[in-house]
Unconditional design. Structure first.
Length: 186
């Protein structure tokens, strides 16, 4: 069919239009439209696109700067937290050591108090025992003296009625008895 078209055009004598090249009026009107669109794009769309890209670039850079600042603040906060934690641990150790020292002091004071109280109670018990011993000794001396006088009176057959004389004899006898006891212990 293409041959038929070419032969018909050759017969008419006119030069056949090229299928690859459009007509000159189409090229001119297409070029005018292209120049108008290019001019509008160059004056309107391109500045808006550039402005939009600059805003995005500034926003991204601002966000990066904010992120860097936030990172620095976070690192500073972490360092401060770490320092505070170390200080708190150190203070807790000092408090624990102070509490141990206070506990040792309290225990030592309690031991000292208990020792002094035990010594005081022991001294009081010794003095009470000594007082009771003296009381028992005096009571025993008078009873032994009375028994000795009664026995001596029973052996002799007389009552010893002179209390001073009888008391002197009993005291001398008991003193000799005590002296013999202390000589036997030494």
């Amino acid at each position: 069919m293409l041959n038929a078209l070419v032969t018909i055009a050759a017969e008419e004598g006119e030069a056949a239009p090229s299928p690859l090249l459009p007509a000159p009026y189409d090229i001119i009107w297409s070029a005018v439209c292209f120049v108008i669109i290019l001019f509008i794009f160059w004056r309107v769309a391109l500045p808006r696109m550039k402005k939009l890209l600059d805003e995005r670039s500034a926003a991204i850079e601002g966000n990066i700067a904010k992120a860097d600042e936030a990172q620095r603040k976070a690192e500073a906060a972490l360092e401060e937290y770490t320092a505070q934690l170390a200080d708190a641990r150190k203070e807790a150790g000092e408090i624990r050591d102070a509490a141990r020292e206070d506990g040792k002091k309290i225990v030592a004071e309690a031991k000292d108090t208990a020792t002094s109280e035990a010594a005081r109670l022991t001294a009081a018990a010794h003095s009470q025992i000594e007082a009771e011993r003296q009381t028992a000794f005096v009571s025993l001396r008078s009873e032994v003296g009375t028994l000795a006088l009664d026995l001596a009176g029973g052996v002799i057959g007389e009552t010893l009625s002179d209390d001073k004389k009888a008391q002197a004899v009993v005291d001398r006898f008991l003193a000799e008895l005590e002296a013999s006891e202390t000589a036997g212990k030494a």
